[in-house]
Design a protein. Structure first.
Length: 334
């Protein structure tokens, strides 16, 4: 991992030299982890559709300038680790999964993507006078049963869990090289953990049965490993398909919520229902095959993926991230 950080330094200098906050407090650090939906498959070109929403449309002004360009939040840094590359810079659309290999989308201007870090980071940036850093470490197709399996769950510790801890620790050791504007005299503070994961466990009955305890163990073990015993935690619901759920999906959501509501986590862990932001119009178009037909541009204006990636909808993903941020803000106030 250390070699990658040396490469990142150049990007850090270019992206993080202007507009940083100068408050006296330490850098506020948030850890974001999970699987593909934490990576983020929402296409940036679908985000303007958010502006058409009668309830949430005004939030678009948080991410898009009047000239149509994206707002760059120099007060919120991002360090993103994923399967094949690492990126650092100031918060804006583009810290999601790479979309260049989506052949069907190439004539629909789908490329730059983002995950929940965009909405979440904006809320955190607005909340704090201090500089904010989001350390995002996520890989698609990972389970908590095996890949992220924490030490307290017994058996072999998951390689993704080990890489998560190592990645956070390495990032914190190299803050000055990654972000030259970082003030070492002020230091940093681990401020929160955001967990958004579940599909690979939801499809496995054994994983569902163990999920509540495995998630409890993950939170406790991560707090211990990072020496942050009361680290605030936000858990994102696997909300694919909307609020109505049955079968394995319903069982899985119950396990997620039960972990968050454990008595020992009172006032330090919050569960967020992402299903509330599902877009049924985009889902209808996807189910009808509009995405691959002659009218596919209509679909790619508002969505860009299949359902398990929240339809690749910028509107859905931004609102999810924003809700995560509001939940974290409530925990921090407590």
């Amino acid at each position: 991992m250390r070699t990658a950080f040396l490469v990142l330094t150049v990007l850090g200098i270019a992206w993080a030299t202007a507009g940083e906050k100068t408050a006296q407090g330490p850098l506020k650090v948030f850890i974001l982890s999970g699987q593909s939906n934490m990576e983020g498959h929402a296409a940036a070109n679908t985000l303007p559709y958010l502006g058409e929403d009668p309830k949430y449309g005004k939030l678009l002004d948080k991410v898009r300038n009047k000239d149509g360009s994206w707002v760059v939040r120099d007060d919120v840094w991002v360090c993103y680790w994923n399967r094949t590359e690492e990126r650092t810079g100031s918060l804006q659309p583009g810290f999601g999964a790479w979309r260049g290999d989506k052949v069907a989308m190439k004539d629909c201007n789908v490329g730059k993507s983002f995950g929940p870090e965009l909405g979440f980071g904006i809320v955190m940036g607005d909340l704090f006078k201090e500089q904010v850093l989001l350390i995002k470490i996520a890989w698609g197709g990972r389970s908590l049963l095996k890949d992220f399996r924490p030490p307290s769950s017994g058996g072999e510790v998951g390689p993704s869990y080990s890489k998560l801890v190592e990645g956070v620790q390495d990032t914190l050791k190299n803050l000055k090289s990654l972000f030259p504007a970082y003030d070492e005299a002020k230091g940093y503070e681990l401020a929160g953990f955001l967990w958004f994961q579940g599909w690979n466990d939801m499809i496995n009955p054994k994983a569902i049965a163990e999920y509540e305890q495995n998630l409890v163990n993950l939170i406790k073990d991560l707090r211990k490993a990072l020496n942050a015993p009361n680290l605030p935690v936000v858990i994102g619901e696997l909300g694919v398909g909307g609020p109505e759920a049955k079968g394995k999906m319903l069982d899985f959501r119950k396990a997620q919520q039960a972990a968050a509501e454990r008595p020992e986590f009172k006032d330090t862990v919050r569960f967020v229902k992402t299903s509330l932001y599902w877009d049924f119009e985009a889902e209808k178009m996807a189910n009808e095959g509009v995405w691959k037909g002659p009218d596919r541009a209509k679909f790619y204006r508002i969505a860009s993926e299949r359902g398990y990636h929240y339809l690749g909808s910028g509107k859905i993903m931004f609102l999810i991230g924003h809700a995560f941020g509001e939940a974290m803000a409530e925990l921090l106030k407590k």
